[in-house]
Design a protein around this ligand. Structure first.
Ligand SMILES: *Cc1c(COP(=O)(O)O)cnc(C)c1O
Length: 420
C-alpha cells in the first residue's frame, strides 16, 4: 500500500510540475487526448508478431504468428499507408520501438560487421546512435565524420564529398540532434552512387516538420532509407519507424522482425495512427507555426543580448534554437538555473567544444515544438525570451521568475492542432 500510494503520488507530482513548466527540450512533445487513448488502450496488452509486406496493388499482407490480431492488422496497415504517403516513401515498417532501434535496424539490414558509416560528430549535432559507442558499435561499425562548416552550421559539402570517396562508408547518414538547417542530400547523392553507399536520413527531430511540408523532403532529395522517432517534432507517442525504397523493403523488414524486435508495442502504433491523422489535417499549420515561433524566440533572445547562433542565416529553419552561453555561466549552470525557474531545456555541446566539455558544454538547445503544440505564438515567444533573460542575464532569483512562468503557462494547458 505504501508503495502504491508513493507511485500514485509521484505520477501526480510529475504531471502537475511539468504542466506548469515551459517545456523546451527539443526532443519532447505532448500528445492529444486521442493519442493518449491509443497508448492506454488494450492494444498495449497484445502481441502481433509476424512479417508484414505490401502487394504491388497497395494492399497490405499480414502473416501473423498469433491469433487475435484482426483489428490490429487494420491499425498497422493504416500506419504503414499513411506514413508512406506523408513521407513520400515506397515502404514503411512500424516495428522499431524507438529511433535508436530504427537506426540499428537499418545497420543490421544494410551493413556488414566492420563496415563504415558516416555521420556528424556529437559536438556538431550527431546522435550517439550514429557512432560506435552505441547501436552501431554492437555491429562493430566504424564511424567516420563529415567535415562541418561551423559558420553555416551544416555539413561542408565539398570536403564531405572528398571524405566519403576516400573512406567509402556503406551507409551515409544524414539528419542530426542539433538540426537547424536542412542537410545536403541532393548534393551528396552523386558521391553515394559513386561508392555504392546507401543514403539514410534520420528524421528523429524533424519528422513533424516534414509531415507538415515545412522541411526538406528526404526521399525526393535522394534518401534510400528514413529512420525516425515518432515523438519529437512529430507529436505522436514515444516510438520509432523505418521507411525505405521498395528495393530495401525485404531486408529492412527482416532486420526488424525477426532480427531485432519481437513485440512492437501495438498501443504505440495505435497512438501513432491518431497522430498521423492529426498531421494530415493540421500538420501544415502546426509546422509553419513552429518555424515562426523558433525564429521569433531566436530574434527576441538576440535582441535581449544573447549570443544566438547563425544570425546571418536567420537563426534557424527548424524547431530548434541554439545559443552560445559560454560567456553567461556555461551550459550546465544556465540549464540548472532555468530549471529552478521551471524553464526546462538542455545544455548542449557546440561544434567548437572538445569532448571533455560534455558535462559543461558551451551551449543550450531550445525547442519550441511543444509550446507551439499547446497554442503559443510569436507574442508568447517574446515573453519566453524575457523570462529566460531575467534568470540568465538579469540575475533574478529563479524562484521569483518561476511564478511568472507558471502564470504564462497556465493559459496554455490544452493540446491544439488535434481533433480533441
Ligand atoms: C533522439 C534521436 C534518436 C533516438 O531516438 P529515440 O527514439 O530516443 O531512440 C536518433 N537519432 C537522432 C538524430 C535523434 O535526435
Amino acid at each position: 500500500m505504501d508503495s502504491y500510494k508513493k507511485i500514485i503520488g509521484l505520477m501526480e507530482r510529475h504531471e502537475s510540475w511539468r504542466s506548469s513548466c515551459l517545456n523546451m527540450i527539443a526532443s519532447e512533445n505532448v500528445t492529444s487526448n486521442a493519442v493518449r487513448m491509443g497508448v492506454a488502450s488494450d492494444f498495449g496488452h497484445r502481441y502481433a508478431e509476424g512479417l508484414l509486406g505490401g502487394c504491388d496493388d497497395g494492399r497490405k499482407l499480414f502473416n501473423r504468428f498469433y491469433q487475435g490480431t484482426a483489428v490490429f492488422d487494420e491499425v498497422e496497415g493504416m500506419a504503414m499507408s499513411m506514413a508512406e504517403k506523408m513521407f513520400d516513401a515506397e515502404h514503411a515498417n512500424m516495428v522499431p520501438i524507438s529511433g535508436a532501434l530504427a537506426n540499428l535496424t537499418a545497420y543490421y539490414a544494410l551493413a556488414k560487421i566492420g563496415d563504415k558509416i558516416s555521420g556528424l560528430n556529437i559536438e556538431c549535432g550527431g546522435h550517439i546512435s550514429h557512432t560506435h559507442v552505441s547501436a552501431a558499435g554492437v555491429m562493430g561499425l566504424k564511424d567516420v565524420a563529415y567535415p562541418f562548416d561551423i559558420e553555416e552550421m551544416n555539413i561542408d559539402v565539398d570536403e564531405a564529398k572528398k571524405m566519403v570517396l576516400r573512406e567509402k562508408p556503406k551507409i551515409m547518414i544524414f539528419g542530426a540532434s542539433v538540426f537547424l538547417f536542412p542537410h545536403p542530400l541532393k548534393e551528396m547523392r552523386e558521391a553515394a552512387d559513386e561508392i555504392g553507399a546507401v543514403m539514410m536520413y534520420d528524421a528523429a527531430h524533424v519528422a513533424g516538420l516534414i509531415a507538415g511540408g515545412k522541411f526538406q523532403k528526404p526521399f525526393k532529395e535522394g534518401a534510400d532509407v528514413m529512420t525516425s522517432s515518432t515523438h519529437k517534432s512529430f507529436p505522436g507517442p514515444q516510438g520509432g519507424m523505418i521507411l525505405c525504397k521498395n528495393k530495401f523493403a525485404k531486408k529492412i523488414d527482416n532486420a526488424a522482425f525477426p532480427g531485432l524486435m519481437s513485440n512492437h508495442h501495438l498501443h504505440h502504433v495505435a497512438g501513432f495512427v491518431v497522430a498521423l491523422a492529426e498531421m494530415e489535417k493540421f500538420g501544415a499549420e502546426y509546422a509553419s507555426q513552429i518555424l515562426k515561433n523558433a525564429k521569433a524566440l531566436a530574434q527576441s533572445m538576440h535582441e535581449l543580448g544573447f549570443d544566438v547562433l547563425c544570425e546571418h542565416k536567420g537563426f534557424t529553419l527548424s524547431h530548434q534554437v541554439l545559443v552560445d552561453i559560454s560567456k553567461n555561466g556555461g551550459g550546465r549552470k544556465v540549464a540548472n538555473d532555468l530549471e529552478a525557474a521551471n524553464i526546462i531545456l538542455n545544455k548542449n555541446m557546440l561544434p567548437r567544444d572538445s569532448l571533455d566539455k560534455t558535462g559543461d558544454p558551451s551551449g543550450i538547445r531550445i525547442g519550441v515544438q511543444e509550446l507551439t503544440h499547446v497554442g503559443m505564438k510569436e507574442s508568447e515567444m517574446k515573453e519566453v525570451a524575457q523570462l529566460i533573460k531575467r534568470v540568465v542575464l538579469g540575475g533574478e532569483s529563479p524562484g521569483k521568475v518561476k511564478r511568472d512562468v507558471g502564470e504564462l503557462k497556465s493559459g496554455f494547458s490544452k493540446v491544439c492542432y488535434c481533433f480533441d
